[in-house]
Design a binder for this molecule. Structure first.
Ligand code: SAH
Length: 323
C-alpha cells in the first residue's frame, strides 16, 4: 500500500440517533464516494460519513450516560476541500432547523489516524429477537437462529441507528411468515427488504424514489447474498397494477408523506391498493403526536390499528383490514 502522509480536515458532529441518520445522509451526499488518500482533492470522494458509537454493551444496547454517537467526515485541505466543507456546514445549518444538533467540531488530523482508527467504533447491533446488523469487517459469531444483515456504514438511510428502522424490524419479525410476499416502500439501504427475505418471504419488492438509495440497496443485496429471484429493487414508489399482491407492506417514511400516499396525492397508486385482503401494513417514521393523523388516513381505506410499537417519540403502527 502507498504510504499515507498528509493532513485531513475532520468535521465532527455529536448527535443523537435520529440526527445521526440525517447527518450521515448529508455527509454521504456532499462528500461521498470511496475515500482514496492518494488522489488529489477534487478527484477523490471523501469517503462519506463515519459513524462512531461508543458506550454500548456487548449486546449492542446503549449504556445509560455513556452512549454517544459522533458522525464525522473528512475533507482534504485546499480549494475543493474548502468548497465541500462549506457545503457541509451549510447543510448542517439547514438540518439544525429540524434537529437539535450542536455546532460541528472542525480539526486537522493526520491521514494515517483516519485510515486505521475509525472502524473500531461501528459494532454489530442486535435488534428484536433475531436480527443483527453487522458492519462488513466485524467478526461476529451468530446464534443458530440469528439473521445477520451485512451493512457498510456511511450509506443511504437504514444503518439501524434510527429508532424508526428498529421499530420496523421488530414488527417484521412478528408479522412476516415463510412464503409471504412483502413490499418495502422507501427501502433506503435495503435493510428491511433483506430482513423480510431472511424471515422467509419468497417475493420481496423494494422501491425508492431516490436513485442513490436504489444503487446502495442493490449493492447491499449482493453483499447479503439475497437471491435475485426473491428480491426486486425498483426506482419507483407505490407499485401500480399489483392490487392485493402483498401480504405485508412496510413503509418507513414520514407521517405527512404516508398520508399523502394513502390519498394518492403524489399522482401515485393509492398506498392501500397493493395490500392483500388479509394483509398487514407496518407504517413507520411517525412521531407519536402524528399517529392519529396517519390512523385516520388508514381508516379511510378500511385499515385499522392492531398493534403499536414505540421508541422514544417515534411510533410504528401495525394496521390491518378488518373483516
Ligand atoms: N427503509 C429504510 C429507509 C427509510 S428512509 C429504513 O427503514 O431504515 C425513507 C426512504 O423513503 C428514503 O430512502 C426515501 O428516499 C424514500 N421515500 C421517500 N418518499 C418516497 C415515496 N413517495 N415513495 C418511495 N420512497 C420514498
Amino acid at each position: 500500500m502507498t504510504e499515507i502522509i498528509g493532513e485531513l480536515i475532520e468535521i465532527a458532529v455529536d448527535v443523537d440517533d435520529e440526527a445521526a441518520e440525517a447527518v450521515s445522509e448529508l455527509f454521504n451526499r456532499y462528500n461521498g464516494g470511496s475515500y482514496e488518500a492518494e488522489n488529489e482533492a477534487g478527484e477523490a470522494g471523501g469517503g462519506g460519513a463515519v459513524i462512531e458509537v461508543t458506550g454500548i454493551d456487548d449486546f449492542g444496547n446503549p449504556i445509560p450516560d455513556k452512549y454517544r454517537v459522533v458522525v464525522k467526515t473528512y475533507v482534504k485541505p485546499g480549494k475543493r476541500g474548502e468548497h465541500t466543507k462549506r457545503q457541509l456546514e451549510e447543510g448542517l445549518w439547514r438540518l439544525s432547523l429540524l434537529y437539535p444538533i450542536p455546532e460541528p467540531q472542525v480539526r486537522v488530523v493526520q491521514e494515517e489516524d483516519w485510515a486505521t482508527a475509525w472502524k473500531k467504533f461501528y459494532k454489530p447491533l442486535r435488534i428484536g429477537q433475531r436480527v443483527v446488523l453487522k458492519p462488513t469487517w466485524e467478526e461476529f459469531t451468530p446464534n443458530a437462529a440469528d439473521i445477520v444483515i451485512h451493512l457498510d456504514p456511511g450509506m443511504a438511510f437504514g444503518t439501524g441507528m434510527h429508532p424508526t428502522t428498529r421499530l420496523c424490524i421488530v414488527a417484521l419479525e412478528e408479522v412476516v411468515h415463510p412464503g409471504d410476499t412483502v413490499l418495502d416502500l422507501g427501502t433506503g439501504s435495503g435493510v428491511l427488504a433483506f430482513v423480510a427475505a431472511h424471515l422467509g418471504a419468497t417475493e420481496v419488492l423494494a422501491t425508492d424514489i431516490d436513485p442513490l438509495a436504489v444503487r446502495v440497496a442493490r449493492e447491499n443485496a449482493l453483499l447479503n447474498h439475497i437471491d435475485a429471484k426473491t428480491l426486486t429493487i425498483d426506482l419507483s414508489s407505490v407499485p401500480a397494477q399489483m392490487p392485493g399482491r402483498f401480504q405485508v407492506i412496510v413503509a418507513n417514511i414520514l407521517a405527512e408523506v404516508l398520508v399523502g400516499l394513502f390519498d394518492g396525492k403524489y399522482e401515485n397508486t393509492p398506498l392501500a391498493e397493493p395490500l392483500a385482503a388479509r394483509g398487514t401494513f407496518i407504517l413507520s417514521g411517525i412521531l407519536a403526536e402524528k399517529a392519529e393523523m396517519v390512523l385516520q388516513a388508514a381508516a379511510r381505506y378500511g385499515l385499522h390499528l392492531v398493534d403499536t410499537k414505540q421508541e422514544g417519540d417515534w411510533v410504528a403502527l401495525v394496521v390491518r383490514a378488518t373483516a
